[in-house]
Design a protein around this ligand. Structure first.
Ligand SMILES: NC(=O)c1ccc[n+]([C@@H]2O[C@H](COP(=O)([O-])OP(=O)(O)OC[C@H]3O[C@@H](n4cnc5c(N)ncnc54)[C@H](O)[C@@H]3O)[C@@H](O)[C@H]2O)c1
Length: 451
């Protein structure tokens, strides 16, 4: 019995959490689970944060962040007063609430800001927060458009502030396992990446119900619109902003960015795709939106195609497949699996069926002589599955952010990473709207047509 098998057994007996061991390269891909030991945090290591935007995602971030040891929320900003009430309910003790995020930036007792506004407000809040000396956790996609991303990146580069973007799966144990497998050469030479995700219900397609009491009295509608063209108070735009390019970034910025971020992390690269072609349309949700509800895209990364199939018109499992000459790594919400492939013929070639019988028999006999394994030594390829915590769990990503705020060590998903991931999505959207393939011209800082 191998050592790795023994450790896997021991591991499975102690936890139902992430499990698995690999025989790849003869080394166990098994880490002992990290159980938090002392939760006490020295007063000097206490981090006080303020949150800007306490909506669907902000409320989850707030709930999760305050469960972390040594992390305290002292203030929340939101343009809708109902969310002041929500923030107080979540924190469960008095906190300051305001419509003006600038009040949080002026507060000396706030170390860090969590930004969970709609995409069209990310840039201004992040640039202002960095300028005010705050560390920043900003939701994905980092930017609403390439120019916003460049401004955010420049602000981050100019400062020593910690900036982490919120595509949380890059902090998950499952992405780490996939990365380890890939970097150990499990799949040989990568030649194709496939990402798919499909939804088929109104909530999945962002047809969210606006808060019933929403009105221009309890929402600063004018400020909410930011730099977007002004329009009359519109509760649907408030709740369903993802549907319109004036505020959101469509399926690309909402969903694709998670898949791209996970893929960049697993491959250990941090770059913009060489080119992108995207096609699609509004097929299922003809509700006045101007962003597509079906949007496949083809990217080139590392000279290899990445095929992305995104749809709000038909449900399908979310999965990322890294495909190579020696097998497939499949990353899902709760698991990573590796299926090896020998990459060689395991039987005489069926092309020999086109040979006359004596020739076919001679070919088969020769083939068996050369390839048949010694009896008892037949190949026994090992497939592995790690079952783990949901890769969309916010906790590990927030934990890493607050740890970096204390240690001043860089985060993985910094502004450069966030910008590269967001740019891939902007390229896909631009290709969709222009109807041809596009590329990022880094020196001219603009999107250009490409063959
Ligand atoms: N990481 C994830 O898995 C994940 C999931 C969902 C959403 N998100 C991201 O989180 C962000 C927020 O999404 P959401 O669904 O929570 O949106 P939401 O509309 O539910 O909430 C946004 C809140 O921000 C407030 N707001 C807007 N502009 C503001 C400003 N200038 N100052 C203060 N408050 C302001 C709004 O009033 C609203 O309450 C988006 O960027 C989205 O892409 C990430």
């Amino acid at each position: 019995m191998s050592k790795s098998f023994l450790s896997r057994r021991a591991f499975l007996q102690t936890t139902a959490g992430v499990a698995g061991a690999s025989l790849i390269g003869g080394s166990a891909l098994l880490e002992e689970p990290a159980f938090a030991t002392g939760q006490a945090v020295a007063p000097s290591d206490q981090v006080r944060f303020g949150i800007v935007g306490v909506g669907m995602e902000g409320s989850g971030l707030l709930t999760t962040a305050i469960q972390l040891p040594g992390v305290e929320c002292v203030a929340a900003a939101d343009l809708y007063d109902g969310r002041h009430e929500l923030a107080k309910e979540i924190v469960g003790k008095p906190i300051r609430t305001t419509r003006r995020y600038q009040d949080l930036l002026d507060s000396k007792d706030i170390d860090a800001i969590i930004v969970a506004t709609p995409d069209h407000w990310h840039k201004q809040v992040v640039v202002d927060a960095i300028g005010a000396g705050k560390d920043v956790y900003c939701e994905k996609p980092m930017s609403h458009n390439p120019a916003d991303g460049l401004a955010m990146l420049a602000a981050s580069k100019k400062s020593d502030r910690i900036v982490q973007i919120g595509a949380q799966r890059t902090s998950s144990v499952l992405c780490a396992k996939a990365k380890e497998l890939y970097q150990k050469g499990a799949i040989g030479d990568l030649n194709l990446i496939e990402c798919t995700l499909g939804r088929n219900d109104p909530t999945g397609a962002w047809e969210y119900p606006p808060p019933p009491d929403l009105s221009p009295q309890n929402l600063d509608w004018d400020t909410w619109q930011g730099t977007a063209p002004k329009k009359a108070f519109d509760p649907l735009a408030f709740a369903r902003w993802r549907c319109w390019k004036e505020y959101g970034t469509g399926v690309a910025g909402d969903l694709m960015v998670h898949l791209i971020s996970g893929m960049l992390f697993v491959l250990g690269i941090n770059e913009v795709p060489k080119r992108v072609m995207s096609y699609g349309g509004i097929y299922r949700w003809k509700d006045g939106r101007n962003m597509p509800d079906v949007q496949p895209a083809l990217f080139e990364y590392m000279g290899v195609p990445l095929y992305m199939r995104l749809s709000l018109g038909c449900e399908s499992t979310e999965v990322t497949r890294f495909m190579g000459s020696k097998g497939v790594i499949e990353l899902r919400e709760f698991s990573v699996s590796y299926s090896p492939q020998s990459g060689v013929d395991e039987a005489p070639s069926y092309y020999s069926n086109s040979f006359p019988a004596p020739m076919r028999a001679a070919y088969a006999a020769q083939w068996h002589k050369q390839h048949d394994p010694i009896p008892g030594h037949e190949p026994a390829p090992e497939s592995i599955t790690f079952n783990g915590n949901d890769y969309d769990d916010l906790k590990p990503h927030l934990y890493k952010f607050f740890q970096s705020v204390r240690s001043r060590q860089p985060v993985v998903q910094d502004a450069l990473f966030g910008n590269n991931a967001a740019l891939a999505c902007h390229l896909a959207n631009e290709s969709y709207f222009r109807g041809h393939a596009v590329a990022w011209n880094a020196s001219a800082e603009k999107i250009e047509p490409v063959a």
